[in-house]
Design a protein around this ligand. Sequence first.
Ligand code: PTJ
Length: 277
Amino acid sequence: MTETEIPEDHPRYASLVTRHRIEAGVEKGITSKQGLIAQGRGEAFDYLLGERTLPSADAAARAAAATLLSAERPVLSVNGNVAALAPAETVDLAEAVDADVEVNLFNHTDERARRIADHLREHGADEVKGLAGDGEIPGLDHARGTVDADGIEAADVVVVPLEDGDRAEALDAMGKTEIVIDLNPGSRSPRTADVPIIDNLIRAVPNVTAHARDLADASPATRRDAIDSFDAAEALAEAEAAIRKGTFATPDDEVPNDEAADAEASNADMVGDTSAR
Ligand code: PTJ
């Protein structure tokens, strides 16, 4: 069954389309085989979250939009999963916030980087960085630390969806403001982020774009408020509470505040010990 053959009224339509995009990404040579495993992991968390955008993830998306609009040199980092799942949506976001797009791979090969750049151009990108590889993220081995000198190395704000924890920490050590999109609130990357968006990439990227369009003509004070009123620790705790509630969650369920507080206080077990991630 191809993507277009999936019946739109199927109860798990979005999830099935997502799987097809990742499969097609592997077949096209833009997504790594490990990307399939990462997708399965993300899907499990999304299922437990009720496959919906939590209010705290929406607030994070708004804070992310305001942060990007206020940045001097914002960059959107694109890996093999992002390229397969949301190429046009990533290009739209880059346009909305005037950001560069840079291919940045965990399992780097020149061939895959070139294919991803071509794929992004097919989806409307004018310029794609990440092929020069003349910069570095200090503290990481060569392949994982290679970036463009006038891209991620020079950026003040970086969006890193589905990022590896080591690289998220290394970018943080460089003083970057990091916006991480990841479905696992216990993962090191969102815990390192200034703005963690605990949501599926396919919902989060268009949502940040929508907030950016809404905030485009807003006053500096309104943008500042979107950033300052967002609390990263609370957002992580709300997502964790929703996951603890698990498969009983429905799209209309609210996560009561006391559950979010309990989750923050106990910070244990299911998504708790993040030291090895
Ligand atoms: O293309 P490359 O070489 O750069 O590799 C990219 C992957 C994603 C394979 C690589 O970075 C990797 O192995 O990532 P991890 O360590 O498996 O982490 C992936 C994280 O993304 C996990 O925390 C997943 O829960 C999360 N995730 C997976 N799919 C999605 C997601 N988060 C948001 N939206 C998704 N669709």
